[in-house]
Design a protein around this ligand. Structure first.
Ligand SMILES: Nc1ncnc2c1ncn2[C@@H]1O[C@H](COP(=O)(O)OP(=O)(O)OP(=O)(O)O)[C@@H](O)[C@H]1O
Length: 382
């Protein structure tokens, strides 16, 4: 350690003498005990505190937050000719649940991949607690306190549930060549990891399945397993990519409660979701993406008031002036549009689809003239 009182990155790392060699543990390797001990104190906010806090936030894309844990600037990622992500500025409030929504292909997953180190952007900067994460790989990002889950769960079906959770503690000391020469360093860590994995399995009510193959779990249980694995490094922020997808209604409620309880313990949550009821139920704030960009931010119950959000979801069908009669019933072209949207929504739901994309409208019946609408073709022919 430098004698000027400053501490170096390695000062907190245990070192183990082996003969004349001193083994210094890799700075990037997560240390379960160390991570938990050195993590910043989590900010727990009560529901009224969160309401007050977001009441002050402007509902504009990129709006400043009172205490951002993540700040992103000018991040972009192009695939071939497609700009998958082009986010000018985004701040994520600490200690709250932020819902990230947007039509399919909006860039939500790519954005998660970029800021958690699973993909590299063409340009841009982003930071966690003010520390740039620019060149870090996923386990380094996890060590700084940010982890993610995946839309399609990554459980290894031929491994036990317990071993899958233990994999969340990546970069374990036993994996390092030098550590193999000093087994006592990783045996202790192995015991800590196993204990923490059991603790998380109990939390997610999967402890009875600890020794079963992960392949035997239901879709919903795999989502819980994925969350348990993500929490192995005791993160400050978790990024959940469609945690409810493929989960049956019985487990959905339990998953929602788990997400809320993480927030109530002070963990910041960002999650991608298509179901608006879920978004309204658990989000403190909502960020909307479309075509790679942040197009809106909002309190969950004000989303419907936001023109940009309605446009993103209704696509090109929202660009004509809407007309209503005195009783508020749609008339003219608006009545036709309303009928077609209703029919398309019904058809989508009947086919088991979701409403995450602009609905495909059925073709207009050429003989159909809406109430109050002038049939211009006929008039012209006359
Ligand atoms: N690896 C890739 N190679 C080529 N194109 C990609 C790749 N990953 C994403 N894209 C494209 O980037 C755009 C954004 O995709 P992304 O999966 O991030 O959207 P999304 O909002 O997460 O969609 P969904 O809700 O369907 O998961 C899409 O046009 C997609 O086809």
């Amino acid at each position: 350690m430098p004698d000027d009182g400053r501490r170096s990155a390695h000062d907190d790392e245990p070192s183990t003498p082996v003969g004349d060699t001193e083994i210094v543990v890799d700075e990037t390797a997560p240390d379960i005990a160390g991570t938990r001990a050195t993590r910043r104190d989590l900010t727990t906010l009560s529901a009224p505190e969160r309401s007050r806090l977001f009441a002050e936030v402007s509902p504009a894309p990129g709006s400043p937050k009172p205490d951002p844990i993540i700040v992103v600037d000018n991040i972009s990622r192009t695939f071939g000719g497609i700009k998958a992500v082009q986010v000018d500025h985004l701040e994520v409030q600490r200690g709250a649940i932020t819902g990230l929504i947007g039509p399919n292909g909006a860039g939500k997953t790519t954005f998660f991949n970029l800021i958690t180190g699973f993909d590299k952007p063409d340009s841009g900067t982003w930071s966690l607690n003010g520390e740039s994460l620019g060149r870090m790989v996923p386990h380094q990002v996890a060590r700084r306190g940010m982890v993610r889950t995946f839309q399609l769960t990554k459980a290894l079906s031929k491994l036990s549930v317990l071993d899958n959770v233990k994999l969340g503690a990546t970069g374990q000391r036993g994996e390092h060549f030098l550590a193999a020469l000093a087994p006592w360093t990783w045996r202790k860590q192995e015991a800590e990891i196993t204990e923490r994995a059991h603790e998380l399995l109990r939390r997610f009510k999967l402890d009875a399945k600890a020794n079963d193959f992960a392949g035997s779990l239901s879709g919903g249980q795999r989502k819980l397993l994925e969350m348990a694995r993500a929490l192995m490094t005791d993160p400050e922020i978790v990024m959940l990519d469609e945690p409810m997808a493929g989960v049956n209604p019985a487990l959905t409620q339990s998953l929602l409660e788990h997400i809320k309880s993480l927030r109530d313990e002070g963990v910041t949550v960002v999650f991608v979701e298509h179901d608006m009821d879920v978004i309204r139920d658990i989000s403190d704030w909502v960020v909307v993406m479309a075509q790679g960009q942040i197009i809106a931010e909002s309190l969950p119950d004000r989303l419907g008031d936001n023109e940009a959000v309605v446009d993103a979801y209704l696509g090109g069908h929202h660009d004509q002036a809407l007309e209503f009669d005195d009783r508020g019933q749609p008339v003219g072209a608006t009545a036709v549009l309303a009928e077609r949207v209703e029919a398309a929504i019904e058809a989508t739901l009947e086919e088991g689809g979701d409403l995450s994309e602009p609905v495909e409208l059925p073709p207009v019946d050429p003989g159909r003239v809406a109430p109050g609408q002038v049939d211009t073709d006929k008039k012209e022919a006359e």
